[in-house]
Design a protein around this ligand. Structure first.
Ligand SMILES: CC(=O)SCCNC(=O)CCNC(=O)[C@H](O)C(C)(C)COP(=O)(O)OP(=O)(O)OC[C@H]1O[C@@H](n2cnc3c(N)ncnc32)[C@H](O)[C@@H]1OP(=O)(O)O
Ligand SMILES: CC(=O)C(=O)O
Length: 531
């Protein structure tokens, strides 16, 4: 097996992505996760850049890392300054990490136009910087910035920059597609040339500006690159870096003969991807290959029919290999197979007449603007109602919402709810930050003393979508509410021409689902205790 070293730069190049700003604590938590995953190198930051990165290198020493080597990143010495006097060089070796990564210029145009030095001075900057760091740090990684652009324009000079780094003691030469504009065959050709002519292990660092970062990385590995640099979820400057989740999964599952991470790590890939999204406060990318929530989500009826017979019919791998899971969605594109699969998932009985009835109703409701993909709780309640098994926790007798302006300009929202719970009639009122908050408050006042477990539940997301926009204010709206308790998250949906009515429908489904699911799980606990 050929070992490919995985070098993570989420905390350095990833943090150059728009909207990404890790706190020191975030960086340390991510470091721990990456180490558990079995990443070989973690580029922690740029010690000269800012106080947070400098503090990271002090704090990271206290982590008990099992496998990863933390590297500090910086550029070659400044022009006209000796390496030992350069503040960047001193900062790099001063953090005393097991490895240092130095970025230097490979493209003659960049040297002349951007650095503003001669081609010979750039070679000296590389030599001096690598030699200085190699004398003070166990391992020096040399990142050849713009290598592929430089190689296309002036291959002889680009190769000389690498040779300078190799001769000065670099342990790795990492070829960077800094602008992300290269194509796989260009990458292949250049990597093959470097591997054939320079006797230091080669790495690859790609950006995704042409959506080719993964392809370029795999092309480089095929030509002999033995280190892959990238970020979790592909975050990074402009269109991002190569997504290490995809690289690792492809190297482990699609290509033969490569070994990455630690044995058994792959099943943690989805968890780490979501952890980084959460920590970076970024939305998940549902369609992210391998680890996204939609990566194994089946919607078309024919597909679900196929996977029920054999999952390989519509899945390129078993989702469990990367810690992900199969999902079946219910929509107007469903067939009876989707409904059957969903009923089985919720432990509901299924008979052919019920499947047909549910499918017909789903298709009618979706035609009216409902969407059950993000509102499975409303779907399950619909099934219970159609099966005649619905438990009547409460029935609505009406509601009223008013919004009035106060003299100081603030708006006051008040909701009144009237409902029947058991034999009791409840009539409650609540103020709120807005209509949904006020209705939620009034519903709780009416129901919590009947059903105290409702106190465990909270609403955490509310989305409104206009369905037939051309009708102007008479358009229908779809409201999807996400609720949560200690055990689960569930979505409910309401559709109406009136946004408050649509919210009310989604809200009462949310309360209904909480009571129904708790009753179902306590029934199964009793059944289990009796066996
Ligand atoms: C491809 C990459 O991702 S490389 C990493 C890019 N990351 C970042 O830039 C984030 C961190 N950067 C920073 O915190 C700051 O830019 C610093 C601390 C590095 C430098 O800040 P400043 O001294 O204010 O310089 P500024 O950022 O404006 O310009 C960069 C300077 O570095 C020089 N420089 C750029 N690349 C190199 C290099 N490889 N070797 C030596 N000097 C370089 C430039 O010529 C310029 O110097 P000049 O002003 O004397 O011409
Ligand atoms: C080093 C680096 O981040 C790049 O060249 O893209």
């Amino acid at each position: 097996m050929t070992r490919i070293a995985i070098y993570d730069t989420t905390l350095r190049d990833g943090s150059q992505g728009e909207g990404v700003n890790f706190s020191l604590q975030d960086k340390l938590l991510i470091t721990t996760q990456l180490d558990l995953l079995g990443v070989d190198y973690i580029e922690g930051g740029y010690p000269l850049s800012n106080p947070k990165d400098a503090a990271y290198f002090r704090a990271v020493r206290d982590l008990d890392l099992k496998h990863a080597r933390v590297t500090a990143f910086g550029m070659t010495r400044r022009k006209d300054v000796a390496a030992e006097d350069d503040i960047g060089m001193k900062a790099l070796v001063g953090v005393a990490m097991p490895a240092v990564t130095i970025v230097g210029k490979s493209w003659d145009f960049q040297v002349l136009e951007v650095l503003g030095v001669s081609l010979a001075e750039n070679l000296s900057m590389i030599t001096d910087s690598v030699a200085f760091c190699a004398a003070h740090t166990p391992e020096v990684v040399y990142d050849a910035e713009h290598f592929f652009d430089g190689y296309k324009k002036n291959p002889e000079y680009a190769l000389r920059t690498l040779q300078a780094a190799a001769d000065a003691g670099a342990a790795w030469l990492v070829l960077c597609d800094t602008n992300g504009g290269s194509l796989p065959d260009e990458v292949s050709k250049a990597v093959a040339d470097v591997v054939a002519n320079i006797k230091v292990p080669v790495g690859i660092h790609t950006h995704n500006d042409c959506e080719l970062a993964v392809a370029n990385t795999l092309a480089a590995v095929a030509q002999g690159a033995r280190q892959v640099q990238g970020t979790i979820n592909g975050i990074g400057e402009r269109c991002g870096n190569v997504d290490l989740c995809s690289v690792v999964a492809n190297l482990s599952l699609k290509l033969k003969g490569y070994e990455v991470l630690l044995p058994g790590s792959l099943v943690h890939l989805t968890e780490v991807s979501r952890y980084v999204h959460e920590t970076a406060n970024m939305n998940f990318r549902p369609g992210q290959p391998f680890v996204g929530t939609s990566a194994f989500a089946h919607k078309g009826g024919m597909h679900v029919h196929g996977i029920r017979k054999n999952a390989a019919s519509y899945e390129h791998i078993d989702p469990a290999l990367v810690g992900n899971e199969r999902r079946v969605l219910v929509s107007e594109l469903s067939g009876k197979s989707n409904i059957a699969e969903k009923l089985a998932e919720y432990g509901l009985e299924q008979d052919s007449a019920l499947l047909t009835k549910v499918l017909d109703r789903v298709q009618d409701l979706e035609n009216e603007g409902y969407q059950f993909e993000a509102a499975e709780a409303s779907f399950v309640l619909l099934v219970e109602r159609l099966a005649g098994r619905e438990t009547s926790w409460f029935s609505s007798l009406g509601y009223h919402v008013s919004v009035s302006g106060r003299p100081d300009g603030a708006a006051v929202t008040e909701a009144t709810v009237k409902l029947k719970a058991g034999d009791a009639i409840e009539h409650t009122v609540s103020e709120g930050d807005g209509p949904v908050n006020a209705l939620d408050g009034a519903l709780r006042k009416a129901l919590e003393h009947h059903y105290p477990r409702l106190m465990e539940m909270r609403l955490f997301d509310y989305k409104v979508r206009v369905i037939n926009g051309r009708e102007g204010t008479a358009a229908r709206v779809r409201v999807v509410i996400e609720s949560q308790d200690d055990d689960s998250v569930w979505g409910t949906v309401g559709v109406s021409e009136n946004v408050i009515e649509a919210s009310w429908l989604a809200l009462i489904d949310a309360f209904d689902h909480k009571l129904t699911k708790d009753a179902r799980s306590s029934r199964s606990r009793v059944a289990l205790a009796q066996t």
